[in-house]
Design a protein. Sequence first.
Length: 183
Amino acid sequence: MHVSTFLILWRDKTISELYINEQIRAKEVRVIGIDGEQLGVMPIQDARNIADEEGVDLVMIAPTAKPPVCRVVDYGKFKYEQLRKEKEAKKKQKTVEIKEIRLSPNIDTNDLNTKVNAAKKFLEKGNRVKITLRFRGREMAHMGASVHILTDFAEALADVAVVEKQPKVEGRSMTMFLAEKKN
């Protein structure tokens, strides 16, 4: 399922879970007026009458509270405001990606420096970096001797990154995670 599709489904689900007017089954509810003032705890029929007098809807906003909390509000306007708030929150949200850099045990120093510079760019953009040291064939026999490549890589980035997960062997590769250093 595509991420944006999931968010739309999730957003619609949260709003459709709100009970309005006759859908509210609680015997008594705490009511918040149209201007945001507390009207107190009252039977559901009294709350519906208040909403009818104002010409708006009674919306249950906190169904798990004891007693449930309802608000006297225009439902269409309320739904629009909720969608707008969620959209604003989504804009301010920053997604952190994991970028992968692959190395081999017999990497040359200049190649390693090029990979270090690439990792530095990823880290400056706020992404996490996964460094993978891949072993093939007979290189598997010397895995322990190759740990220094990952530690050298981390030391080269010590001014901008911290090691989030120490080097760990997983099958035919050894991985380490780096994250941006917080000031």
